[in-house]
Design a binder for this molecule. Structure first.
Ligand code: SAM
Length: 289
């Protein structure tokens, strides 16, 4: 590999040579520490044959390592100034850039068209912070979702995804995510390894899709989970009866699932929400349809 792009010296050189400066509106904070990008690439990619999808290559700090480790990297970038720089710095042997807002992209189609039979798909990104949740939920909801998602995000957002029940950060995002995936922390990352330096520290976490749970009508289940957390300080009974607009039904549902009416949503494990939903599914569907 050529010299790493992820250094202060090379980031400055590329920006000066091409007259491009970071755009705050696109959440551009470039990594300037090669050890960090190397560790992300190592955690994200299992083999050279994997199909790798990156969102937001920037000037290529991470992309360069991804292209070393895999034969086909597809990178979605919104900033039209960057593809030319990326192809110049990294080449196009392993890299395919799609100049598009990732939130507008038909990710199912892209994966369906490019994935070879049996090929693993690894998603990896130093996420633009302003759209962390929409990007992740687009992936969670995709038909052709990747096998793993390895992302850098704000530390406190990462903690919410990792949180277990009864901890401060546990919320509906934690439940919905852990319903679909195993989640693990790869590393903490200091704000000092970015240019420009953001105001918060970061974390790299990895989601691995599993086939552990299946409920009927998932959107309705997610809606119930969201409703249970609407007012964190209130009991699950209070939130549930507001969602159903039916006090008697809420009490009956909790009783049937063996959940205390005075419990709070943050005390329940993913399995408890599933039980609450499944044993009451017909009643909920009747009420909400
Ligand atoms: N990967 C580079 C790195 O680690 O140094 C840059 C990461 S920077 C935090 C986020 C990148 O996402 C920027 O290149 C930005 O232009 C791009 N971006 C922002 N919004 C985007 C969107 N909606 N779709 C695709 N790329 C986007």
């Amino acid at each position: 590999m050529k010299e790493p792009i992820a250094t202060i010296k090379n980031t400055r050189r590329i920006q000066e040579e091409h007259g491009v400066h970071t755009k705050k509106s696109f959440g551009q904070n470039f990594i300037i520490e090669p050890k960090v990008v190397e560790k992300i690439a190592n955690a994200a990619i299992r083999s050279k044959d994997d199909l790798v999808i990156e969102v937001g290559p920037g000037i290529g700090a991470l992309t360069q390592y991804l292209c070393e480790k895999a034969d086909h990297v597809i990178a979605f970038e919104i900033d039209e100034r960057l593809p030319e720089i990326l192809y110049k710095e990294i080449g196009d042997e392993h890299l395919e850039i799609i100049l598009q807002d990732f939130l507008e992209a038909d990710i199912d189609k892209v994966i369906r068209e490019r994935r070879k039979s049996g090929q693993r798909v690894d998603f990896v990104s130093n996420l633009p912070y302003y759209i962390t949740t929409p990007i992740l939920f687009k992936l969670f909801e995709a038909q052709e979702h990747p096998d793993t998602i390895t992302v850098m995000l704000q530390k406190e957002v990462g903690e919410r995804f990792l949180a277990k029940n009864s901890s401060k950060s546990y919320n509906n995002l934690s439940v919905v995510t852990q319903y679909r995936c195993d989640v693990k922390k790869i590393m903490d990352v200091s704000r000092h390894v970015f240019m420009p330096k953001p105001n918060v520290d970061s974390m790299v976490i990895q989601f691995t899709f599993n086939d552990k749970y299946h409920v009927q009508d998932e959107p309705l289940f997610f809606d119930m989970v969201r409703a249970c957390f609407v007012q964190r300080r209130k009991t699950i009974y209070n939130n549930l009866q507001a969602w159903l607009a039916d006090k008697e039904l809420a009490a009956e549902m909790l009783d049937r699932a063996g959940i205390g009416a005075s419990d709070r949503a943050q005390q329940l494990r993913v399995e408890d929400f599933i039980r609450l939903y499944e044993v009451n599914y017909e009643k909920i569907r009747e009420r909400k349809s």
